[in-house]
Ligand binder design. Structure first.
Ligand SMILES: CC(=O)[C@@H](O)[C@H](O)COP(=O)(O)O
Ligand SMILES: NCC(=O)COP(=O)(O)O
Length: 248
């Protein structure tokens, strides 16, 4: 079954705009859960621009579906992850000046450093994922340092679609397709995410090796107009149609 992880970062973006207490990301997570989300993803950024430490505390206390904790590879974030022991940790690249995650983690360039963060997380039972571009060297490096999961960055594919650059989009989708198969052949679990929308989700959902999609910004954006439940139901429907009858 292809799982849907709902990223609630940008509920916190709206909340932090006024520095108050609503909209509450945890309430959004519980509503997403009730609407059928298989998991919740939250990215505690070093600059706390959206998800705050208290949100992670509250999510750990209140969720009944798994939490996928996204973090940069830093001592601060590893300590927080080791304290909470979430179901899953996804190590992502982070730059203060970025608007959102740009590109995947340069695993091949910092294997020893990343291995230092992965081992303790696995020892406490966290499933460790690494957020990477569709690149064989990065996938091989992720496998070498003990990641159980790789999450393929679908941002370039989505951006090319939005810009109407369909030939380049299809070439990126081909790379994602090939790398999903390659990662699976190494024994890695394959996830995908970033920028996915109703218009772009199905070709990625149709990749048989992909076990989980993490989707946030678009879902939260649409939920402003239709509410969380209908938007999650529609994304789930699109994913199921893409996957075909054998997977439901
Ligand atoms: C890694 C990824 O693509 C997202 O989960 C990440 O959270 C994006 O960063 P923002 O949520 O800050 O846009
Ligand atoms: N790892 C991707 C994720 O959690 C959601 O990314 P987006 O849909 O908010 O771009």
């Amino acid at each position: 079954m292809l799982r849907l992880g709902v990223n609630i970062d940008h509920v916190a973006t709206v909340r932090n705009a006024r520095g108050g207490s609503y909209p509450d990301p945890v309430r959004a997570a519980k509503m997403a859960e009730a609407a059928g989300a298989d998991g919740i993803t939250a990215h505690l950024r070093e600059d706390r621009r959206h998800i705050l430490d208290g949100d992670i505390d509250a999510l750990m206390e209140n969720l009944t579906v798994p939490l996928n904790f996204e973090m940069a590879a830093t001592d601060e974030m590893q300590a927080i992850a080791l304290r909470h022991k979430p179901h899953a940790v996804c190590i992502v690249p982070e730059k203060r000046e970025e608007k959102t995650t740009e590109g995947g983690l340069e695993v091949a360039r910092e294997e020893n450093k990343l291995a230092h963060y992965i081992a303790p997380l696995r020892e406490v039972g966290c499933r460790v994922s690494i957020f990477i571009a569709a690149d064989p060297a990065q996938i091989e490096a992720a496998n070498r340092i003990g990641a159980q999961v790789i999450e393929l960055h679908t941002g370039a594919y989505c951006d090319l679609h939005a810009e109407g650059r369909f030939e380049e989009r299809d070439a990126e989708l081909k790379r994602l397709t090939e790398m999903a198969t390659f990662a699976d052949s190494l024994g890695l679990e394959v996830h995908a995410g970033h920028g996915l929308t109703f218009d772009t989700v199905q070709p990625v959902a149709a990749l048989p090796e992909v076990m989980e999609l993490n989707i946030g910004h678009f879902l939260i954006s649409e939920a402003i107009f239709t509410g969380i439940e209908p938007v999650i139901h529609e994304m789930r429907r699109l994913m199921d149609v893409a996957r075909g009858p054998t997977e439901q």
